[in-house]
Design a protein around this ligand. Sequence first.
Ligand code: HEM
Length: 406
Amino acid sequence: MTTAVDDADARMSAFIRDPYPTLARIREASPVSVVEYGADLPVWMVTRYHDVRNALVDPRFGQDVRRSQAIANERGAGLTLGSDVVHMLNSDPPDHTRLRRLIQGVFTRKRVEAMRPLVERIAGGLLDGLRGHPTIDVVRDFAFPLPIMIICELLGFPPEDLHSYRTWSTAILTRGSGMSFEQATTELNAYLRELMALRRSSPREDILTDLVRARDAGELTEQEVFSMVFLLLIGGHETTVNLLGTATLALLHHPDQQAWLRANPAAMGMAVDEFLRYESPVSMATMRFTTEAVDVSGVEIPAGELVLVSLGAANRDPSRFTDPDRLVLDRDDPGHLAFGQGLHRCLGSFLGKLEGEVALGGLLERFAGIELAADEATLPWRNTFMLRGLESLPVAVTGPTAVRRG
Ligand code: HEM
């Protein structure tokens, strides 16, 4: 006989492995549903494509984490929403506008295109390191190190400390794992303070130097520099790693699509958009709250309620995408919401896409054959419903097929 807790655990792990049937049921049942978030905290969840899109651009859905935290506290939920680290993604205007303006110039389409040689060099180096191995872990050996190495290079963080950045970021995101949250933030802050002093005395062409100059000009506080670096570090690698892992698995599941992509490498940009739609790396946008009552397709969400917006459900909505549960790499429809929408639309979307294109292109080019080298049922998915990604993806490879272009 199973207990209610066992049942709940089994349901949760089935959801983590494949959330789409449940999301489809919720989406079909009502435009907005009330779900339990963490410790018995009821929150409203929006799932249909057009409602999700509207919610993301509607200023009546606030993002200020201090207010969301106050709402959770009022409900007696012992939940920490991250109000100890305030950054642009959990702020509302005017703070959001000021913080985003300070950094957005670095991530324009043109500036990111100029980063292509850097991304190719780092991806190529990682693939070189895998030469001669009959089995590789696509996530641990490639998808994980790639984006963190890139964002650290842009920030101006010394590559020899890469291991520490990973430890800090894991501890900050996954509370209860190894190092404590407090120790990780204290160490990261001390490390940053030292590096900022260094950049002040000997400036370089990197984001940290720009942020130090802005702080000295009074455009942001020291605490805001820490939070900005933290957000870029997390946003810069916790997302792309998911894209690369799930895209590779999708190619293993769809040999016809893999063959098509190998034959049409120039279509990689379009394919990456489809991977992002099919398995959205950020499955749930960050917590919002209603600043006043809002009508969502006939359902009223009262003022002062916490709201989740499901990007993963919206991107599989059959009212927007034909045959949404099929991977169709030449779908040629960039209308997915994997990067969000509105004020908080992903600042790093061009970089995320470039990393996806270069990394997946490199992987296919280096290895003529890729095959799953694990029992599908045992693949470890990240244990969260906010992000969608694999922790490990062992793959048997044959190749290298080709010499690198260029
Ligand atoms: C495939 C890769 C990526 C995906 C799928 C992704 C997804 C997202 C999503 C959905 C949001 C909005 C969340 C919300 O509204 O609650 C967001 C915001 C953000 N992302 Fe990304 N992201 C990716 C890569 C990156 C990279 C490489 C960077 C770093 C440079 C980055 C930096 C940010 C920042 C700073 C924000 C906050 C923007 C704001 O609040 O105005 N992202 N991302």
